[in-house]
Design a protein around this ligand. Structure first.
Ligand code: OFO
Length: 165
């Protein structure tokens, strides 16, 4: 059975995962209309993955005696400055998500909630992968700069899922 504190924390995490999904969907739309189909594809997939993260949490809360609330979401930004700024925002966003997951785990340890702690470990590994992927993409984009033929190849590479996990 979940304590009230842990249930509230998980509920707030549900909101964060849903917001991430929305944000990456907006970024995917932007990349799509700006002529980066590979990046768009990568971001559509990332958006779906975040929705999966949300669903996983919702099901866990319901299975453990809580009752998950489907969050209402604000509309994310529609326009972004550049590919580099998109991936920098993703990294910043994911760092915040990691902090909030760590915070839930700290509460689980305080409350001896080993089940939730164990469940949240999956999110920890997922975050490590997402952060390092975002960092490697940012490094690559910094190297490319504004060289259009390299950007074209970069986009193609993301389309084949070469960078994705
Ligand atoms: Fe990458 O946010 Fe989900 O966990």
């Amino acid at each position: 059975m979940l304590s009230k504190t842990i249930e509230e924390k998980l509920q707030s995490q549900i909101h964060k995962e849903a917001s991430s999904s929305q944000l990456y969907l907006a970024m995917a739309c932007w990349a799509d209309v700006k002529g980066f189909p590979g990046v768009a594809n990568f971001l559509y997939t990332h958006s779906d993955e975040e929705r999966e993260h949300m669903l996983k949490l919702i099901k866990f809360v319901n299975e453990r005696g809580g009752h998950a609330t489907v969050p209402s979401l604000e509309s994310p930004a529609k326009n972004f400055d550049s590919l580099a700024s998109v991936f920098k925002s993703i990294l910043e966003h994911e760092i915040l998500v990691t902090e909030s997951i760590n915070d839930i785990i700290t509460d689980c340890l305080k409350e001896n909630d080993h089940t939730t702690n164990n469940f949240m470990q999956w999110y920890i590994s997922e975050q490590m992968e997402e952060e390092s992927l975002a960092r490697s993409i940012i490094d690559k984009l910094e190297m490319i700069g504004s060289d259009t033929s390299s950007l074209y190849l970069f986009d193609k590479e993301l389309a084949t899922g070469h960078e994705a996990h």
